[in-house]
Design a protein. Structure first.
Length: 236
């Protein structure tokens, strides 16, 4: 085991909080195990570590350490592995795409799924929208986490000054009537963020579903629309 891996493990265990771990186990409804570290603290740690590795020129070994970190199996080790890989100064490659998918299929909670989908797969979709075709194949998957990931990977398409609502709505459309809560919340989230940058197009997309989808999805999806458009979607 490399010194980098040992250092990462030690950092995480020094941040552990048993009370937070018990709360997280209930919140995520996941097998865990959990160390009890808040996500914002993990994000900060990932940024600090990435900056250290960049300034010290150790990212070559760091990439291997990140992969090893995933193998520890705790929620926080795995989430930090995703956060670090997303911050790698190296260009994203097909190998990283494949690694993200492998990790996704070993995950049983939405936070890690979303970190992979948005931070890895989604950023690669921004760079190459042809990858959307592969994600569309997941919409019929028996693994609802893949369905959620396919939708969440659209999130970066409508942030940072980007507007790609057509691709976003094409991904969401087949899942608008999904019954799995983890899928429904992802669909609502991604449409809501599209509504923040393209309200008219989002309202036009949502209108045909006004009396077809569950109210909670519709309300959340319309939440960032201007008030008059929101009322037209969720009103009587």
């Amino acid at each position: 085991m490399s010194n980098l891996v040992i250092d990462l493990d030690a950092r995480l265990r020094a941040m552990a909080d048993p009370d937070e771990a018990a709360t997280a186990a209930k919140y995520y409804d996941s097998k865990g195990p959990f160390l009890g570290i808040r996500p914002d603290m993990l994000q900060l740690a990932a940024t600090e570590i990435s900056e250290e590795w960049t300034s010290n020129g150790v990212w070559d070994g760091g990439s291997e350490a990140v992969t090893a970190l995933w193998g520890y199996h705790t929620h926080e080790h795995r989430l930090l592995a995703v956060y670090l890989l997303a911050r790698s100064p190296k260009p994203f490659t097909t190998a990283i795409w494949d690694q993200g998918i492998r990790w996704l299929d070993e995950t049983d909670n939405w936070e890690i799924v979303d970190a992979i989908a948005v931070g890895l797969l989604g950023e690669m979709v921004v760079a190459d929208r042809k990858r959307i075709d592969e994600l569309k194949l997941w919409l019929n998957s028996d693994n609802f986490w893949r369905q959620r990931a396919a939708v969440m990977a659209m999130l970066p398409l409508n942030t940072g000054g980007r507007i790609h609502t057509a691709e976003t709505f094409d991904m969401c459309r087949p899942l608008m009537l999904a019954t799995e809560p983890h899928v429904r919340t992802a669909v609502a989230w991604v449409i809501r963020e599209a509504g923040a940058v393209a309200p008219e197009a989002t309202a036009e997309f949502l209108m045909p579903y006004k009396f077809k989808v569950v109210n909670s999805l519709l309300r959340e999806a319309a939440r960032k629309l201007p008030r008059h458009l929101e009322r037209s979607i969720v009103g009587g």
